[in-house]
Design a protein around this ligand. Structure first.
Ligand code: MTE
Length: 343
């Protein structure tokens, strides 16, 4: 997020070296041939990541040496939140990602995460709870009733998607653990495994974040009906690039709050630290509610580019809605708060 355009994505030797180093050979060759096929060979090295993600989509489902295998899920359909939305094509949802543990370019997670191991997985729920939980991979899809939620995802970088998630309310998990009196916040932590997540051991590749990636919510935000723990999208289990096997989705907040590949949830009595806030506190607040009236210090948040609409070179933008359009469900949580101060 800090580097929307950087030397590595905008051409030159450094980009080329890095590309060859971190991309599995088959994908690397595939990308080169796509570029060549379009007659873009000469400028291929300077095509930014997001355009390359678009190039993949021209050719349907992206190919990889050994793509991660997903499983179909059973769930009840969304009849409440997103029936009128135009879904972002799945090929976009799984190739245009932010997951800095696998690199900072939009296609890096797709390219670098296919071998990520989610089995065995352990998710611990602890802190101020009556019944601490230790959940394994099976528990994540079997312990709670799964439902589909079609939500808009608005990234702080001013792009957005509409994604049919499958998951269960975070409130269900917290109810099962039994939140104790005095609790005020919930903290989340991503897996720390530098062998599997190369960005965690390489500061440049990992975007300067201090890992593990951590996030947090106020307890009333965490128990709001919209806060979802997603285990799938488009009807099947999550791929690594989208945060397998379990990730948070808080659709009224900028995407960086929706932490991926969670191994720890801790109920607390104070506000927990959060990764982007630690890295650049003047740019990324704890709340991070989508707000077209509070600009990022370096760009406007008034409009957004809906990924997948209007073609890959389209500059078409749509208006950003307060709370990403979920004000009816969440605005009351912030009554009386100065949203410019608590950004
Ligand atoms: N979680 C972890 N652990 N690491 C990350 O880099 N990126 C965040 C969020 N969750 C991130 C993360 C950001 S900036 C966004 S916009 C969303 O994931 C993107 O989710 P998606 O790639 O599934 O669209």
């Amino acid at each position: 997020m800090l580097r929307v355009r950087n030397a590595r994505t905008w051409g030159g030797k450094v980009w080329n070296e890095r590309e060859a180093n971190v991309t599995p050979q088959a994908v690397f060759n595939d990308r080169r041939s796509i570029v060549k096929a379009l007659g873009l060979g000469a400028i291929g090295a300077s095509i930014p990541g997001y355009v390359q993600a678009g190039l993949f989509d021209l050719f349907g489902e992206p190919k990889s040496k050994q793509p991660f295998v997903t499983q179909p899920l059973s769930f009840s359909a969304d009849n409440q939140f997103g029936q009128h939305e135009v879904l972002t094509p799945e090929a976009k949802v799984i190739t245009h990602n932010n997951f800095y543990e696998f690199g900072t370019d939009k296609t890096d997670p797709f390219e670098n995460a296919q071998g990520f191991k989610v089995d065995p997985w352990v998710l611990k729920v602890e802190g101020l709870v009556d019944r601490p939980l230790t959940l394994d991979l099976d528990d994540l899809t079997k312990l709670f009733a799964l439902e589909e939620r079609i939500y808009r995802l608005r990234c702080v970088e001013a792009w957005s998607m509409v994604i049919p998630w499958v998951g269960f309310p975070l409130a269900d998990l917290l109810r099962k653990a039994g939140v104790r009196a005095g609790a005020t916040h919930v903290a989340f932590e991503t897996l720390f495994d530098p062998e599997q997540m190369p960005g965690q051991k390489n500061r440049l590749m990992g975007g300067g974040i201090h890992y593990p990636y951590v996030e947090g919510l106020r307890l009333d935000e965490a128990t709001n009906e919209l806060a979802l723990l997603a285990v799938g999208l488009y009807g099947s289990t999550l791929r690594p690039q989208n945060g397998a096997p379990i990730r948070l989705v808080v659709p009224w907040k900028y995407g960086f709050k929706s932490i991926k590949s969670i191994v720890g949830i801790r109920v607390m009595d104070k506000q927990p630290p959060t990764s982007w806030n630690q890295l650049a506190p003047h740019e990324y607040g704890f709340y991070a509610n989508v707000n077209p009236k509070v600009d990022h210090p370096r760009w406007s948040q008034a409009t957004e580019r809906r990924i997948g609409e209007g073609g890959i070179f389209s500059a078409k933008r749509i208006d950003t809605q307060p709370f990403n359009g979920y004000g009816e469900q969440v605005a009351h949580l912030y009554q009386g708060m100065d949203l410019k101060r608590y950004y």
